[in-house]
Ligand binder design. Structure first.
Ligand SMILES: C[S@@+](CC[C@H](N)C(=O)[O-])C[C@H]1O[C@@H](n2cnc3c(N)ncnc32)[C@H](O)[C@@H]1O
Length: 219
C-alpha cells in the first residue's frame, strides 16, 4: 500500500472499517429506494471472464455473480480491510476462485491487460482522483475487454445538481463520498468507448458499459 502517508486515504479507510458491519443494511436501503436493485443485477450480468472490482466493499456485486456462468474468477480490492472481511463471507460456495486484497484504486498492483472485465460500483465517487482510478482500470483491462461502472453522478437538472452540491460537504465528511462528480462525462472525456449508458432516478444513477480507450489514457 502507498496510502500510509495520505491523510485523506487513511481517513476514508477508517470510516469504512468502522461502518463495515452495518454497511449492507444501510446501503441495501439506498439501493432499493433510489437506485433500484435491477441496476446492480444488470452490472453483474455483463461481467465475464477474469473480473477485477475496485472498491469492492462488502461484495454486493460479488454476491450476484453466482448466477453468471461466464465469470471465471473474481478479484476484489478495497482500501478497507473491514469491508473486505464482510465480502469474504459472501465468497464461499461460488463456482470460481475469489481473491480479496487491500489495495488503493489509484495504484493497482496488477500487470497491464490482466483482466477481461474491470468494474467499479459506487466507488469512483469516493476515490481521491477518479481520473487516475479510471486510467488504472483501463490499463489492467484487456484492450477488447469490458469496463463497467455503476455510479451516481452530478444531475443535469440544475436544481438537483444544486442540492447535490449542497449535500456533498457533509457526505464527504461522513463517507468520503462526493455526490456531484460528473463521472459519466469523465468516462467519455478519457476516451472510453461507451457502448451502453442506462440511467435511473432523474439521471443520477448510471450503469456505463464501455471498452477501454483505444490508446493509453494520457495522464
Ligand atoms: C460507497 S462504498 C461502495 C462499496 C461497494 N462497491 C458497493 O457498491 O456497495 C465505497 C468503497 O470504496 C472503498 N474505497 C474508497 N476509496 C478507495 C480507494 N482510494 N481505493 C480503494 N478502495 C476505496 C471504500 O473502502 C468502500 O468500500
Amino acid at each position: 500500500m502507498t496510502d500510509e502517508g495520505n491523510p485523506e486515504l487513511k481517513r476514508v479507510e477508517t470510516i469504512y472499517d468502522q461502518i463495515a458491519p452495518e454497511w449492507d443494511g444501510r446501503q441495501g436501503l439506498v439501493e432499493r429506494l433510489l437506485m433500484g436493485r435491477a441496476m446492480r443485477e444488470s452490472l453483474a450480468g455483463v461481467l465475464h471472464g477474469d473480473v477485477l472490482e475496485i472498491g469492492t466493499g462488502t461484495g454486493p456485486t460479488l454476491a450476484l455473480l453466482a448466477e453468471n456462468a461466464r465469470v471465471t474468477s473474481f478479484t476484489g480490492v478495497d482500501l478497507s480491510q473491514g469491508m473486505l472481511d464482510q465480502a469474504q463471507r459472501k465468497s464461499s460456495g461460488l463456482p470460481f476462485p475469489v481473491e480479496l486484497r487491500r489495495m488503493e484504486a489509484g495504484q493497482l498492483h496488477f500487470p497491464d491487460a490482466a483482466f477481461d472485465a474491470v468494474t467499479a460500483s459506487l466507488t469512483l465517487c469516493t476515490v481521491p482522483d477518479p481520473a487516475l482510478a479510471l486510467r488504472e482500470m483501463a490499463r489492467i483491462c484487456k484492450p477488447d475487454g469490458l469496463i463497467a461502472v455503476l455510479e451516481h453522478v452530478r444531475a443535469r437538472n440544475p436544481i438537483l445538481a444544486g442540492i447535490q452540491r449542497m449535500l456533498t460537504p457533509l457526505q464527504a465528511r461522513m463517507l468520503g463520498c462526493h455526490l456531484d462528480r460528473p463521472t459519466d462525462r469523465l468516462v467519455r472525456d478519457l476516451g472510453f468507448r461507451v457502448e451502453l449508458d442506462t440511467t435511473r432516478f432523474f439521471g443520477i444513477f448510471h450503469l456505463i458499459v464501455a471498452k477501454p480507450p483505444a490508446s493509453p489514457v494520457p495522464s
